[in-house]
Design a protein around this ligand. Sequence first.
Ligand SMILES: [Ca+2]
Length: 367
Amino acid sequence: MQRKQVLYDGDMGGDDLWALVMLSSFVKQKKIDLLGVTTCFGNTNVIQGTRNVLDMMDLVGLQNIPVYLGLDKPISGLEPLLDGAYGSNGLSNATLPTSNLQPQSQPATEWMAHTLSNTDEKITIVCTGPLSNIAKVYHDHPELDKKGHEVIWLGGSLYPAGKGHVPVTLPDGSYKRGNITHFAEFNAINDPVAAQVIADLDKTKVTIIPLDCTHHMVVDFRAATSFLRLMAGREDLATQMLSMLDDAARLEQENFDISGACLHDPQVIVYLEHPEVFLHPVPVKNLKFDNNFEAAKNFDAVESGFDFSSLGTHGQMTATPVVESNKYIVPGLTSFTDPADVTNDGIAKMIDIASQRWAYLTQTVTN
Ligand SMILES: [Ca+2]
């Protein structure tokens, strides 16, 4: 079977780097051809995010994969919206050895446009940050919509769970669905205009993995202990990976009463190779991302004390289920009775976590 051709785009905070480590496993197993990595603003600024991913790629043996510097702000021109989920540098309490690797000189969007245009292969574009880079490329090169590439994005939210998977209900009777505001998820709220560009693509298959999946994949104490055991021989890396999640774990506790850090971004990588871990994707139409440009223009997260409520429904995702579409939303995770169901390659393992919570964690990151 032909290997998947993958282009990985992310904002390169802690869980993006988890995604990268898992991707490195599939690259080494020769299941995936990783064509290149592109960076974007998001969890941290794009320069720091690029440094983060280069340092991690050196650690996990991806030195030969080119990295391209992406956009430093949303395509609307607004300033990025930071929430501190992975600390100011995107790494929380982790410290990675500084590598000598450097990004390529060509800007990410130029390289993406060239790569997506000049191929007869179908490329899977995996995005774990704001969709700004990809939206700019498809906006500037509308003919790409006919090329048959596919976008899989970690973003948006419909119905995320609170404590014990009971939705957090708001005073007006609606429920909390986002992790930044009541309405919006981080990647969506950072560039809803970009998300809408991708949502409006006519032919390209777009699959969205929202918080509805990721709030059920939690690294709690038990998962962290299992992970350390599985990473025997690479304890230094494992410890750094867990340290990356410290700030996120604190926020999950405050905002959702979840004990542990939700693993958002790695789920896209899991989905690439193990879609059976997820509920069947639901075809949707009328895929919309609210854009409250005026509120967002006047907003300063630090000045407001990280109170995002004035943004209203900015970044909120809505959609209507249909029978057939080229847009899909993955509504959640399946539950397994036997973790061995997905332990067929000896590299990555599904770990059973209490109360039907699951973490899919990298076992081996070979030198
Ligand atoms: Ca991310």
